[in-house]
Design a protein around this ligand. Structure first.
Ligand SMILES: [Zn+2]
Length: 334
C-alpha cells in the first residue's frame, strides 16, 4: 500500500505523518449500516482505518438508495444484506482493508464480545435502546463512542469518552426530543452528511489521540441553524453508567424475541435454535414457495412477506403489532 493515497491528510497539520500511522493501526466498530453507517464507513476507510467491524440486521430496499451511499440498484434488486454489500463496496475502495461484517441484531452479548476488540465505537442506529446499550458497554469497558442522529432535516452529534466526559445518560435531557423517538417523517441527505461529518471529525481526533473537549452539536440544515456546547460539567453523581456507583443497567440487555421495528411496518422475531436448513425443510415439506440469495430466504404466509436470516431471525413485513406477529408465528410453526 502506498502512503501517497493519504498525502493530503498527512499535510493537514492536525493529523500529520504520526497521526496517519495511528489511524492505519486502529480499529472501529460501526453499529448500523444505513444512512449514517454507510457515510461513516466510507469516511473511515478512505481515511485509512486499519480494521473495520460492521454490523446490521437488515437487507437493502429501494427506499434506502436515496441516502445510503454505498448501495446500488443491483443490491436492492437482490435484497443483499447491508453489511455484505457494504463490505464489497468498501473493499473495492481499499484492497488492504481488514473488514469483519456481522448480519446480526445488536444486543448486550454482541457488544460485550466485539467492543473489547476495537479502539472506537460509532453509533449509526436509529434506535434509543441500542444507544443505551452502547453507552453502558463503552463505559464499562472504557472505550470511546460517538453518537449521531438524524430526523427530517435535523442532526445531532456528541462524542463520549469514559474517564473524560459525562455519558449519554447524563446528556439525554439536553438532546432535542425528536432525536430520541422513532419517527417516520423522513430524512434528507444533507442532514445525514452533517451528522456524519461531525462524527468523522471526532473519530479522527480520537484515533490520532488528539486532545479535545467534546461538545454536543445539533442543528437544522434546512433552516440553517447550528449550535454546539460543551457538556463536561453535566455529569450526574447518581448516573447509573458514569456516576459514583455505576450499575450499567443495559450492559447485558437482550431484546425480547419479538420487536416492532422503528418506523418500518415490520415485526422482528427471533426463534432460538431455528437453522436455515430446518426452515428450508419445513417450507419444502409444506410445499411453500420461497426464494433465497444465499444470505436470506423469503416466503409468504397468511398474506405477509416474511424474510428469514441464517440465525433464526425472521422479519415479518406489513405488520406493526407484536401480538399480531405472535399469532402468525403460532399458526406457522405451532
Ligand atoms: Zn452518565
Amino acid at each position: 500500500m502506498t502512503q501517497n493515497r493519504y498525502s493530503r491528510q498527512i499535510l493537514f497539520d492536525g493529523i500529520g505523518e504520526e497521526g496517519q500511522q495511528k489511524i492505519n493501526r486502529k480499529s472501529a466498530l460501526i453499529i448500523g449500516m444505513g444512512a449514517l453507517g454507510t457515510h461513516l464507513a466510507e469516511g473511515l476507510v478512505r481515511a485509512g482505518i486499519g480494521k473495520l467491524y460492521i454490523v446490521d440486521r437488515d437487507y437493502i430496499e429501494y427506499s434506502n438508495l436515496q441516502r445510503q451511499t454505498l448501495f446500488t440498484e443491483a443490491d436492492a434488486r437482490q435484497q443483499m444484506p447491508k453489511v455484505i454489500a457494504a463490505q464489497h463496496a468498501l473493499q473495492a475502495i481499499r484492497e488492504d482493508l481488514e473488514i469483519v461484517p456481522f448480519i446480526e441484531n445488536v444486543d448486550g452479548t454482541f457488544l460485550n464480545r466485539i467492543v473489547p476488540e476495537v479502539d472506537l465505537v460509532l453509533d449509526a442506529t436509529d434506535n434509543f435502546e441500542t444507544r443505551m446499550m452502547i453507552n453502558d458497554v463503552a463505559y464499562a469497558l472504557e472505550k470511546p463512542w460517538i453518537y449521531g442522529g438524524v430526523v427530517r432535516s435535523t442532526y445531532v452529534e456528541a462524542a463520549f469518552i469514559p474517564g473524560q466526559t459525562p455519558c449519554f445518560q447524563c446528556l439525554i435531557p439536553q438532546i432535542p426530543a425528536m432525536n430520541l423517538t422513532c419517527d417516520t417523517v423522513g430524512v434528507i441527505q444533507p442532514a445525514v452528511t452533517m451528522a456524519t461529518s461531525l462524527q468523522l471529525r471526532d473519530a479522527l481526533k480520537i484515533l490520532t489521540d488528539t486532545p479535545f473537549t467534546p461538545r454536543l452539536t445539533y442543528g437544522d440544515i434546512w433552516e440553517g441553524t447550528h449550535q454546539a456546547f460543551g457538556f463536561g460539567r453535566m455529569q450526574r453523581a447518581s448516573c447509573p453508567t458514569c456516576g459514583e456507583h455505576p450499575e450499567y443497567p443495559y450492559l447485558h440487555h437482550s431484546p425480547t424475541n419479538y420487536a416492532a421495528l422503528c418506523g418500518r411496518d415490520t415485526v422482528q422475531y427471533q426463534r432460538e435454535g431455528l437453522t436455515y436448513d430446518q426452515l428450508v425443510d419445513y417450507l419444502t415439506s409444506r410445499h411453500m414457495v420461497y426464494r433465497t440469495n444465499g444470505y436470506l430466504l423469503q416466503f409468504e404466509y397468511g398474506g405477509y412477506r416474511i424474510v428469514a436470516f441464517q440465525n433464526g431471525r425472521l422479519l415479518i413485513h406489513g405488520m406493526r403489532e407484536v401480538e399480531q406477529a405472535k399469532k402468525l408465528i403460532h399458526q406457522l410453526f405451532g
